[in-house]
Design a protein around this ligand. Sequence first.
Ligand SMILES: O=C(O)CCC(=O)C(=O)O
Length: 258
Amino acid sequence: MSKPLTPQQLRDFQKNGYLIERSLASEDTINAMNRIIDDSVRPALAPVEYEADVHYPGSPASKSAPGGQTPRRLLNAYARDIVFRDWARSAAVVDRLRQMLDCSSVMVSQNHHNCVMTKYPGFSSQTSWHQDMRYWSFDKPELVSVWLALGDETPDNGGLLLIPGSHKVDLPRGRLDAALFLRGDIEENQALLDQAIPAHLQAGDTLFFHCRTFHAAGQNETQAVKKSLVYTYHCEHNKAIPETRSANHADIIVDPKP
Ligand SMILES: O=C(O)CCC(=O)C(=O)O
């Protein structure tokens, strides 16, 4: 099995709960994805989650409010085009995941974070601090998301912020709100929040992050749409809990292609 991550990179991932690989996707791949996405948003091709659906801070109140029909996630990315599938099962991605998850048989979920995240100028919302485990129901909280930047990502356009090492922190339930976002209204969370750092990404850069790593993102304050492709993976032996949203569609074994 090919081991593209150096021992130091693997240690960094284990310590920080995330790792950025620069220029992992080729320019051709990025251009092809951007073409498909641009053709999928005017009009928005279903299934789509709109800004009004997420009910995050800054979201339009309803689909009929101004900006309510702004796409936030183009869902089912894996099924949308071979370009998205080829990336999801590329050796560049899967061999790294095998090392991070420490297993040879890696699966991609079709249930959530199998999407293109879009953030539009004018009508984007803010994602509060959370761990992606709030979405998932698995035997073990051992999943890794792979976030491919399709253009520049900075705090200005709603790029991700991360708290290094937060995947190892066990917080009492009271530090999270009803929707499992980190509470901003209590002093106990401040020291953790003070450690946040931005993930500056350019097209082709790829952020791998653990499902327990706290992250957040602001609104897009620029004039250009931000687009990112995200999938989540787990080992074959780590099963989705039956009858949950995580088990809705079958997970797919990703055999890397060169
Ligand atoms: O792009 C964003 O606002 C962050 C998205 C995110 O963290 C999520 O959907 O879990």
